[in-house]
Design a protein around this ligand. Structure first.
Ligand SMILES: Cc1cc2nc3c(=O)[nH]c(=O)nc-3n(C[C@H](O)[C@H](O)[C@H](O)COP(=O)(O)OP(=O)(O)OC[C@H]3O[C@@H](n4cnc5c(N)ncnc54)[C@H](O)[C@@H]3O)c2cc1C
Length: 391
C-alpha cells in the first residue's frame, strides 16, 4: 500500500485542479511553483463539452461563470475594420468558437487557487533541482535548499516542463512545433470595443492581430499570431520576445501600431511557439505528468485547459481507486485519457493547417469534433473517498 503525500509541480491550471481532486480524495498535497506568486495573464481559455461536467463536479460552476469574460461573440474584420464574419457565444449550444464558458487563464488560475489554498500547501518561488526515486518514495531537493520525501510527484509545469526533462528526457524529443507563434498582453480599451472579440487576419503573410475586451470592457487582451519555424529567442527572455513581436508585426495594418505602443508597459506579456507535446507514456515509476507538460494540444486546439481539468479529475480518481498504487493508478489514467487527448491534438493540427494527411470529409470532421468535446467517459468513482467540494 502506497502512501499519499503528493508533490505537484506548477500552479497554473493543471496543478491546482489536480490539487483540488487529490485533496478531496484524501491526499496530503504540496504544490511548488517557480514564479513568486500566481502568474497573471494569458488569453481567454474555454471550457466545452465534458469539461463543463468536471467543473460542475468541482463545485466551481458559479465561481467560474462569475469570472467569465462575458464576450458576446467574435467578428473578423478587414484592414479598415469592416466586419467580415460573426460568431456568437451561444452558437453550437455554447460549445462554439467563442465558448459559453470563457475565462482569462489568469482568472481561472486564481479561482482554482482560492478554492484549494485552505487545504493544500502552496510553495511559491521554488523548484525541484534533484529527484531520486526508490521503491518506497521520491526524495526531492529544492533550489531553495530544502529536501523532502513524497510518495508521488506529478509535473504540471507546462509545455517547457523541467520535470519531464529530468525524468523522461530532453524536450526536443517530445515537443512538436506547429509553425506558429502566439503573443498576448493586456492593454487599456481605448479602441471603443464593446463585448466582442475582434480579429484582423492578413492571409497573405499568415499574421493576425486581435483584441478581446475584459473587465467590463475597460481593458482588452491583445492577441497576435505570426508564422515562424524557429523562435530564436529563449522562452524566458521577455524583452527579446517583445522585440521579436515588434519586428514580426511591422507593416501589419488595422489597429496594430496602436496596440504595439502598449507593449513596453504590459504587466502580463506572454509569447510562445504553438506546439504540442507527444509522449508514449506519461509516467515513470512514482512520477507522472499532466496538462501541457504531458499532452499539450497547443492553443490552436482551444483545449489545453479542458484537457488539464479533465486529466486532473481522472488522475486523482484513478490513483485513489487503485489505493494510491502508482503503477495501477497511472496506467488507468493513461488508458482513459489517451484517445481524448489524441482527438484534441488532431483538432490543434487541423487548425494550424499543419495536418499531414488529406483534409477529412465533413462526416469525419463532425465525428472528430464530437470526440474532442465528449470522447471520454467520466467515472463517478462512487466507492472512492471524497470529502466533497470546498465551496
Ligand atoms: C502566463 C501564462 C499564460 C498563458 N496564456 C495562454 C493563452 O493565452 N492561451 C492558451 O491557450 N494557453 C495559455 N497558456 C497555457 C495554458 O495555461 C495551458 O495550455 C493550459 O491551461 C494547461 O495548463 P498547465 O497548467 O498544464 O500549464 P501552464 O499553464 O503552462 O502552467 C505551468 C505552470 O508551471 C510553472 N512552472 C514551470 N516550470 C516550473 C518548475 N520548474 N517548477 C515549478 N513550477 C514551474 C509555470 O510558472 C506555470 O505556472 C498560458 C500559460 C501561462 C503560464
Amino acid at each position: 500500500m502506497s502512501g499519499r503525500r503528493v508533490l505537484v509541480v506548477g500552479a497554473s491550471i493543471a496543478g491546482p485542479a489536480l490539487a483540488h481532486w487529490l485533496w478531496r480524495r484524501g491526499a496530503e498535497v504540496t504544490v511548488v511553483e517557480r514564479a513568486p506568486g500566481l502568474r497573471p495573464g494569458g488569453q481567454a481559455v474555454d471550457a466545452r463539452g465534458v469539461t463543463k461536467e468536471v467543473i460542475r463536479r468541482m463545485g466551481l460552476d458559479a465561481a467560474i461563470r462569475a469570472a467569465c469574460t462575458d464576450t458576446e461573440g467574435a467578428h473578423t474584420v478587414d484592414v479598415d475594420g469592416n466586419v467580415l464574419e460573426t460568431y456568437r457565444a451561444d452558437d453550437d449550444g455554447g460549445d462554439g468558437m467563442i465558448a459559453e464558458i470563457e475565462i482569462l487563464r489568469g482568472d481561472l488560475a486564481q479561482v482554482l487557487y482560492d478554492d484549494t489554498c485552505g487545504g493544500v500547501e502552496y510553495v511559491f518561488g521554488d523548484r525541484i533541482v534533484e529527484l531520486v526515486q526508490d521503491a518506497g518514495g521520491v526524495e526531492v531537493t529544492f533550489a531553495g535548499g530544502g529536501q523532502r520525501r513524497f510518495d508521488l510527484v506529478v509535473g504540471a509545469d507546462g509545455l517547457h516542463s523541467s520535470l519531464r526533462e529530468m525524468v523522461f528526457g530532453p524536450r526536443e524529443r517530445f515537443i512538436r512545433h506547429l509553425g506558429l507563434v502566439l503573443a498576448f498582453y493586456s492593454v487599456p480599451n481605448e479602441f471603443g470595443l464593446g463585448r466582442w472579440f475582434v480579429e484582423y487576419q492578413d492571409r497573405e503573410s499568415g499574421r493576425s492581430a486581435g483584441l478581446r475586451p475584459f473587465k467590463d470592457a475597460t481593458q482588452a487582451m491583445a492577441v497576435f499570431a505570426f508564422p515562424s519555424d524557429d523562435l530564436g529567442v529563449d522562452y524566458r527572455d521577455v524583452e527579446g520576445q517583445k522585440q521579436l513581436l515588434r519586428e514580426r508585426m511591422a507593416g501589419l495594418g488595422w489597429l496594430t501600431p496602436r496596440i504595439l505602443e502598449h507593449l513596453g508597459d504590459s504587466p502580463d506579456f506572454y509569447l510562445d511557439q504553438v506546439a504540442q507535446v507527444v509522449m508514449d507514456r506519461w509516467s515513470e515509476g512514482r512520477v507522472a505528468l499532466i496538462g501541457d507538460a504531458a499532452f499539450s494540444p497547443s492553443p490552436m486546439s482551444g483545449a489545453g485547459t479542458g484537457l488539464a481539468l479533465v486529466g486532473a479529475y481522472v488522475l486523482a480518481g484513478e490513483l485513489a481507486a487503485a489505493g494510491w498504487d502508482p503503477e495501477v493508478g497511472f496506467a488507468a489514467y493513461e488508458a482513459r485519457m489517451r484517445p481524448f487527448v489524441e482527438a484534441n491534438q488532431e483538432i490543434g493540427r487541423l487548425h494550424t493547417g499543419s495536418h499531414a494527411s488529406a483534409e477529412p470529409d465533413m462526416e469525419a470532421l463532425t465525428a472528430l469534433i464530437e470526440r474532442a468535446l465528449n470522447g471520454i467517459d467520466l467515472p463517478d468513482y462512487a466507492g472512492v473517498p471524497d470529502i466533497g467540494p470546498t465551496t
